[in-house]
Design a protein around this ligand. Structure first.
Ligand SMILES: Cc1ncc(COP(=O)(O)O)c(C=O)c1O
Length: 377
């Protein structure tokens, strides 16, 4: 189902065409108001009960679990994608001479933890080159061998918008017994994904882009077989019995159940959690399939209007619906971002690609203004 333009839910001026959700989503007015309610708890801490230290995280965890397609027990609350990826890198075995496969030009949060791990165990990180046609699925399937212990990927490449067939990658990886780690920061909430289909070992998503929530928050899926792994920090809330604030110095060796043991310290930030709860609920109300279909229609409208000689896009079967990479025959003109921002049109350039990433707040007028501006180049 196509969702009508939702610009009225945001504080985006009419003359701003914000086509840059992959950079950071704007907050909905309802999310800002929920965050304000959270701040009020800190203004008047006598209204913030010790129970709420646990009920707000539980609510956020439960909603995030629905978007990942899993149960709340498998979700940890983290401050960033890199935090979650470090938990994965610490947990997963990598032997001497074994490899971690990654894609060229991946976001660094999903590179550095693997490089450090490989260095520590005399393994190595194999960076696959960008395929000439951006068909990453073929490239990755062809590269998996017996020595592939871990593949660390995203569902959609953060610069080109090329999307991967994770089912096929998981199936091939099963044959060599490798682990799959996913950074879903540029897709979850806008592109259909179900843990139950893909069976990642770990999957992380920061909330501030396609989950439309606050910065400094994210969610980590941890497959039950890794619930035995070490958390990144040993904070008091993750130990069992921490709900009883009078007994915190009865130090315990046991953890809270499931993936809660991996939660970050000070997770109970009411402003952040209430904002995230509001945003996640709105995404579930719209429905990820509907969001994806609607954003697919918006990006397709842009594709159909592009001046073909100068600019190309990836073929539809490997292009994520919400994420349009524009490739210029002679490279992205250096002054283009400035030229567009002077007209209140916002996009980003990542590597050789102009990244156009609308969300439901983008109107037909916004798209026409962008197309009009590109047409004058
Ligand atoms: C693919 C991807 N992963 C992760 C992040 C953010 O990482 P972190 O939460 O570690 O700052 C970004 C930000 O642009 C990103 O594009």
């Amino acid at each position: 189902m196509i969702i009508p333009c939702q610009k009225h839910l945001f504080s985006i001026p009419d003359d701003v065409a914000y086509l840059n959700n992959a950079y950071m989503s704007p907050l909905m007015n309802s999310v800002v108001s929920a965050m304000g309610t959270g701040i009020a708890c800190k203004v008047a801490p006598w209204t913030y009960t010790s129970d709420q230290f646990f009920t707000y995280p539980a609510k956020a965890r439960g909603l995030a679990a629905q978007i990942f397609g899993t149960v709340a027990d498998n979700i940890a609350i983290v401050p960033s994608a890199s935090y979650g990826l470090q938990i994965a890198a610490n947990a997963l075995p990598l032997g001497k001479g074994q490899e971690v496969l990654v894609m060229a030009d991946q976001f660094p949060s999903n590179i550095y933890p693997w490089q450090e791990k490989a260095k520590a165990v005399e393994g190595h990180v194999t960076i696959l080159p960008v395929p000439h046609d951006h068909d990453w699925t073929r490239e990755i399937l062809g590269a998996i061998t017996e020595k592939t212990a871990i593949i660390a990927l995203s569902q959609t490449h953060w610069s080109s918008g090329a999307t991967l067939n994770l089912n096929r990658i998981r199936a091939k990886l099963d044959r060599v017994g490798g682990a799959l780690v996913l950074d879903l920061t540029q897709s979850l909430g806008a592109q259909p994904f179900q843990v139950s289909d893909i069976r990642p070992d770990f999957a992380v998503c920061a909330t501030y882009k396609w989950l439309m929530g606050p910065y400094s928050l994210g969610f980590l899926y941890v497959d039950p077989k890794w619930h035995i792994a070490e958390p990144l920090e040993h904070n008091w809330m993750n130990r069992s019995g921490s709900e009883d604030f009078t007994g915190l110095t009865h130090y315990r060796d046991t953890f809270q159940k499931g993936a809660t043991k991996f939660d970050m310290g000070e997770k109970s930030n009411p402003a952040q959690l209430m904002g995230a709860i509001s945003a996640l609920q709105q995404i579930l109300d719209w429905g990820v399939d509907n969001i994806s279909e609607t954003l697919g229609a918006k990006t397709e409208m842009i594709v159909q209007a592009l001046p073909d000689a100068k600019i190309s896009v990836l073929p539809k079967d490997i292009r994520a619906p919400h994420y349009l990479g524009l490739f210029f025959a002679d490279g992205v003109p250096e002054n283009l971002p400035g030229f567009l921002s002077a007209q209140n049109i916002f996009i980003s350039v990542r590597g050789p690609v102009l990244r156009v990433t609308p969300h439901l707040y983008v109107s037909e007028t916004d798209i026409s203004r962008f197309i009009g501006a590109i047409g004058t180049l």
